[in-house]
Design a protein around this ligand. Structure first.
Ligand SMILES: *Cc1c(COP(=O)(O)O)cnc(C)c1O
Length: 371
């Protein structure tokens, strides 16, 4: 049996009757940039997400960058984020001229609130928790710290569209939530795309201004900005998919519970821990496994694709060598990077495929005892 890591084709074929005519209408209208389709998606996303504003942009990295710029963050400032994320999070901080300050992760792969305050200095301006793998970080705790120290809270929701903490959606706890619509994300376009959500009118205006060459009115440039926009084709694809996202999230969540059931009792594997009170949308199903690389290689021979998210914790990447950070300051992230393994996960994953993957893992460890 073949179990791909993700399968975008099956979903496209199911949506083809909805998506093809929508794309055709963009072509017929030559509504390539801006216009009613982009505005329509922004409005629909804001409404469905339960927020006042949605500002679309070119990708999820820009969504973070634009948010930080709209908050006036720049050279001389520090922004705190998690030690385990995709580099986009910290890259966007550096792009503003500010310095990323990394905090170790907790047992759920998220920024550890207990370790944040030690990293706050007079230069700290904001904290960016990442709701990694689709599970909300301990956002009430992070928010309380931000409030106490008067720091901006920007949530990186690139992997957590519609995930909730005590019924409240990720991205609505601070000044802004940033989203990626990269094709492989839970809500994915057919190209690049991103968005920022906020309830703050002044912030929304500033973000929109910066994303659009510093102008809200053609050729009236209040400031210098950048060019970061969602295009019409991505907008109609996303609009069509928006009607399905919550069902897809539920399907992923059910698949994850099935994996965990089938892997229970395999001593060498730690299944993802569920944070109480949250709805985890399982962008990724990440286990911690003994002899991880051998397991991945074994699964590959069985036709099962896996991934590692991420092989090196951010502070330990060559890109941050200049910050002279030590693994000992990030013990949990440093330990996880050699153990984490992402199993196939997408809404259309079949029960037999999940069973096959789990059986492969059991077989690998069978008779090998504990290492
Ligand atoms: C995907 C991702 C981003 C960046 O999104 P792009 O659309 O690829 O720019 C940022 N943060 C996290 C956690 C991501 O997974």
């Amino acid at each position: 049996m073949n179990v791909p890591f993700v399968d975008l084709k099956t979903q496209y074929l199911a949506l083809k009757p909805e998506i093809d005519p929508a794309i055709q209408s963009v072509l017929d209208e030559t509504a390539f940039i801006g216009g009613k389709h982009v505005e329509g998606f922004e409005k629909a996303y804001a409404e469905k997400y339960g927020v006042k504003h949605c500002i679309s942009c070119a990708n999820g990295t820009d969504a973070i960058y634009i948010s930080l710029k709209a908050l006036g963050i720049g050279p001389g400032d520090e922004v705190i984020t998690a030690a385990n994320s995709f580099i986009a999070t910290s890259e966007a901080i550096s792009q503003t001229g500010a310095r990323p300050v990394f905090v170790d992760i907790d047992g759920f792969f998220h920024i550890d609130p207990a370790k944040i305050e030690a990293k706050i200095t007079p230069k700290t301006k904001a904290v960016i928790p990442v709701h990694l793998f689709g599970q909300p970080a301990d956002i009430p705790a992070v928010r309380a710290i931000c409030e106490k120290h008067h720091l901006h809270l920007v949530e990186d929701c690139a992997q957590s569209h519609f995930a909730t903490f005590q019924g409240r959606r990720t991205g609505t706890f601070g000044i802004a939530g940033t989203f990626s619509f990269y094709p492989g994300k839970n809500l994915g376009a057919y190209g690049d795309g991103g968005a920022i959500v906020t309830d703050d009118d002044a912030f929304a205006r500033q973000a929109r201004l910066f994303a659009c060459h510093g102008s809200l009115q053609k050729y009236v440039h209040e400031i210098e900005g950048i060019n970061s926009r969602l295009d019409g084709i991505q907008a109609v694809v996303l609009r069509a998919k928006l009607g399905h996202i919550e069902d897809w999230n539920k399907a992923r969540n059910a698949h994850a519970l099935r994996y965990s059931e089938l892997l229970a009792g395999v001593d060498q594997v730690r299944c993802p821990k569920l944070r109480p009170g949250t709805f985890h949308i399982f962008h990724l199903y990440v286990i911690r496994a003994e002899r991880r690389d051998d397991l991945a290689a074994f699964l590959k021979t069985r036709g099962v694709a896996t991934g590692i998210h991420y092989p090196t914790a951010l502070p330990l990447l060559p890109a941050y060598r200049h910050l002279r950070l030590a693994a000992s300051d990030f013990p949990v992230a440093a330990e996880c990077q050699g153990q984490i393994l992402s199993l196939p996960m997408y809404p259309e994953l079949a029960d037999e495929q999940i069973a096959y993957v789990a059986a492969g893992i059991r077989e690998f460890y069978q008779g090998q005892g504990r290492s």
